[in-house]
Design a protein around this ligand. Structure first.
Ligand code: C5P
Length: 410
């Protein structure tokens, strides 16, 4: 479940349009989830939506009367379509039937929802839901092309079993994922046109074909940062060590295993990057040699492993002449501030984000805190889920990146 303070939708005014599709029953869940995310909601239903789900259900869940009729004097005097059109920060139509998509493409005003969309300057998002043949019909696809060209965001649809018994594209995207898409749309695009390179997760350094030296990094923080950077409009490349995480939508992901492979991928992408965020827990040492066969146990005998240092990727990038804005991480079990500030200087970084790890803190958990340092300032980011912490960190990165570039160009 999304926590209220965790979402960029908190406090946003959203008009949710519900149209006549069997998926309309899912809008009850969507209303709950949008409210959990802290959004202010007003629901508008088409007449045919009322055949699938009652206005009372959505009224009860949204906490406000549902608007249906364009020509209802009572409703118009309460919050008429022009007032609603001005009130909305966003209009989301979910489910959006083939019919409403056609009406919006034509700019019709024959019911409250389409009149509202035409009267509003607010951005519009549609989550289509319909039979797969209706979806793939050129008429629908042409309408969508028109809507997209006007800046309308289209969420989905998903594929799978359909209520009509067929299989294919046309299912409503699950409400949770509609909320995620909306969260992405509402974040200001302060990194538009910028390229961000991020490393995440652990590295594995092979001892033999079955064993390796690794660490407890889950990659969650780096993936959350990648998501926050995409939300801010950046083009993001994420170089990930071995992790079990879903790639955030819109992120270009490159999987690697070793520190050396991570270094090579970073080297080939860094020249065109504006910001490099080195979040990976890169192994500091690797076996001097990797055995080609599994090492056999010899009873009662010690085994010595000889290790050599790996390349320090972030320090190597920071030594380059033409380099991006560089953000490092410092995961420490003690003396976090001292170690972090020392690393900021020694590795010649622009910024460092430090956190305490071990004893259930930091790695492999969903929440975290960060102390962030740069050359003439610092800020504590209080405990939050990593998705939110990543957004807070991204705000600081953007501020300091802009500050550095305005000095350069002054
Ligand atoms: O020195 P330490 O490993 O604590 O530094 C952490 C920072 O350095 C992180 O940003 C990490 O991603 C980066 N690092 C690296 N290559 C290494 C070791 C650490 O880029 N071999």
């Amino acid at each position: 479940m999304t926590e209220p303070l965790d979402s960029p939708l908190a406090g946003k005014h959203i008009v949710l349009g519900v149209t006549g599709s069997i998926a309309a029953y899912k809008s009850a869940d969507l209303v709950r989830r949008l409210r959990d995310a802290g959004a202010e909601l007003r629901v508008v239903m088409t007449k045919s939506a009322c055949e699938f789900i009652t206005p009372l259900t959505l009224q009860t869940l949204s906490g406000h009367p549902v608007a249906i009729d364009l020509l209802d004097a009572d409703q118009e005097s309460a919050m008429g379509h022009i007032t609603l059109a001005r009130w909305a920060d966003w209009i989301l139509v979910a489910p959006a039937s083939a019919d409403v998509i056609a009406r919006l493409a034509q700019g019709r005003t024959d019911d409250l929802l389409s009149a509202l969309c035409l009267a509003s300057e607010s951005p519009l998002a549609l989550a289509p839901a319909m039979n797969n043949k209706m979806w793939s019909n050129p008429a629908t696809q042409d309408n969508l092309t028109v809507l997209r060209s006007r800046g309308v965001q289209i969420i989905g649809p998903a594929s799978g079993d359909q209520a009509c018994g067929e299989q294919g594209e046309g299912r409503l995207v699950e409400p949770l994922n509609i909320v995620v898409a909306m969260e992405r749309y509402v974040v200001p695009k302060r990194l538009l046109g910028k390229k961000v390179l991020i490393t995440a997760g652990p590295t594995y350094e092979a001892i033999d074909p079955v064993r390796f030296i690794g660490n407890r990094s889950s990659g969650k923080m780096g993936f959350a940062i990648a998501q926050a950077a995409v939300e801010a409009g950046a083009e993001v490349t994420l170089i990930a060590g071995p992790v079990h995480l879903t790639t955030p939508t819109g992120v270009k992901r490159v999987d690697v295993e070793t520190a050396q492979a991570m270094f090579e991928q970073v080297s080939s992408a860094v020249a065109e990057s504006d910001i490099f965020i080195s979040c990976a827990a890169v192994a500091d040492y690797r076996p001097c040699q990797t055995e080609t066969k599994k090492i056999k146990k010899i009873a009662n005998s010690e085994l010595e492993l000889k290790l050599e240092p790996t390349i320090d990727i972030v320090a190597a990038v920071a030594k380059q002449q033409l380099k991006p804005f560089i953000v490092g991480f410092a995961a420490e079990t003690q003396d976090v501030t001292e170690y972090a500030q020392e690393k900021l200087q020694r590795k010649n970084l622009d910024m460092i984000a430090a956190n305490q790890v071990g004893n259930g803190l930091g790695f492999a958990v969903d929440t975290n805190t960060l102390s962030v340092f740069w050359h003439n300032g610092s800020q504590e980011l209080p405990i939050a889920v990593k998705t939110q912490l990543a957004r807070d960190l991204m705000m600081l990165i953007i501020e300091q990146y802009n500050a550095k570039n305005s000095i350069k160009t002054a």
